[in-house]
Write a protein that binds this ligand. Structure first.
Ligand code: NAD
Ligand code: WQD
Length: 344
């Protein structure tokens, strides 16, 4: 079944994954309303999305915790479903500022659900994370793998929201909730005009690598080469952000025929080590990436990759873009926008 044209609210739609998903939704013919407080993004991302799509989403600058804003929004627009990306995502910051993280991510999601229920909107796609599985002994990770204890408040906030949503779906059969557990999103739209624009020094591997290559950072620090992995460095399931965006459209589609709480892993099923990532980036970009080996980073797991079979069976979705494309697209974005959206 293909998705009929809908009016969709995208919270956090100016951010990295949200902006790529807004573009995919506009390209598929949907009407899109973005609610974002711009706490970790620039309105330029949406201006560029509009240029790529040939039409603009409605943009409302506001906070998901502000029920004056959400109630007015639901009263004005006839929203069919909500894609909920808004949240804070920096692991280290969440350790230093747990209250801000629980407020934004947990209380924010709660307030959003209350506003949805008050408006009679019951379809929701939630951005969760593989971090909810915690430390897992056996790879790959499928949805039947029990959730664990995430090693930081950010991860625990995601798990709390998942559980809140499960209770909500249990309480009222009108809810249709799709929880998407992303593995490691990377890359950028092939145009090079939208991409990831982290504040300050990146925490994540690929933006760090691209900023070394563009000359903003001197060298990469590889966190640990003594893990029980083939080359000793950490292994992750990196997924192209455009594939991830496509997964959201498929999830919306599936919610037309499935009620209750559903969960899908969005990954490729393939793990790559830090050093494989460095070498794949060098091959795709022609740029050298100097690095040094350092101690392990606290809270990191040795390896993490998905079993994406459930999404393939139930959503008809699988990741199509491989490592060379992830690297080429990340580099096109970074080299064309060395200052991110700040260069506009
Ligand atoms: P991002 O920071 O680029 O985007 C999040 C957006 O939400 C930003 O534009 C920010 O301004 C907005 N926002 C934050 N708090 C808000 C609030 N209270 N009200 C309104 N807007 C608010 O992050 P992203 O990488 O695009 O991540 C999107 C979602 O996916 C997040 O929920 C994140 O936890 C989740 N996720 C991300 C990753 C990743 O590695 N990027 C992995 C797994 C899950
Ligand atoms: C990947 C690999 C590092 C940086 C985090 C969050 C997770 C999710 C995605 C939102 C690891 C190594 C990294 C560097 C390095 N976010 N590394 N040098 O840790 O898998 O996941 O982002 O939900 O919750 O925890 O991603 O990109 O930080 O690290 O050696 O400068 O690269 O040790 O092996 P991670 P990452």
């Amino acid at each position: 079944m293909t998705l009929k044209k809908q009016t969709l609210l995208v919270t956090g739609g100016a951010g990295y994954i949200g902006s790529h998903t807004v573009l995919a939704l506009l390209e598929a013919g949907h009407e899109v309303v973005v609610l974002d407080n711009l706490s970790n993004s620039s309105p330029q991302s949406l201006a560029r999305v509009a240029r790529l799509a040939g039409r603009a989403p409605v943009f409302i600058e506001g906070d998901i915790r502000d029920d004056t804003v959400t109630r007015a929004l639901f009263a004005r627009y006839s929203i069919d479903a909500v894609l909920h990306f808004a949240g804070l995502k920096a692991v280290g910051e969440s350790v230093r500022e747990p209250l801000r993280y629980y407020d934004n991510n947990v209380a924010g999601s709660l307030a959003l659900c209350q506003a949805m229920a008050a408006a009679g909107v019951f379809s929701l796609v939630f951005s969760s994370s593989a971090t909810v599985y915690g430390e897992v002994a056996q790879m790959p990770i499928s949805e039947t793998t029990p959730t664990g204890r995430p090693s930081n408040p950010y991860g625990r906030s995601k798990l709390m929201v998942e559980e809140l949503l499960a209770d909500l779906a249990q309480s009222d059969p009108r809810w249709r909730i799709g929880v998407l557990r992303y593995f490691n999103p990377v890359g950028a739209h092939a145009s090079g005009s939208i991409g990831e624009d982290p504040n300050g020094i990146p925490n994540n591997l690929l933006p760090y690598i691209t900023q070394v290559a563009v000359g903003k950072l001197a060298q990469l620090t590889v966190f640990g080469d003594d893990y029980p992995t083939p080359d000793g460095t950490g292994v992750r399931d990196y997924i192209h952000v455009v594939d991830l965006a496509a997964g959201h459209l498929q999830a919306l589609n599936a919610l037309q025929t499935r009620s209750g709480w559903q969960v899908w892993n969005l990954g490729t099923g393939q793990g790559y080590s830090v050093l494989e990532m460095v070498h794949a980036f060098e091959a795709a970009s022609g740029q050298a990436v100097p690095y040094r080996i350092a101690a392990r980073r606290a809270g990191d797991v040795a390896q993490c990759w998905s079993d994406p079979a459930k999404a393939e069976q139930e959503l008809g979705w699988c990741a199509r873009r491989g490592l060379p494309e992830m690297m080429a697209d990340a580099w096109r974005w970074q080299s064309a926008n060395p200052q991110g959206y700040g260069g506009d």
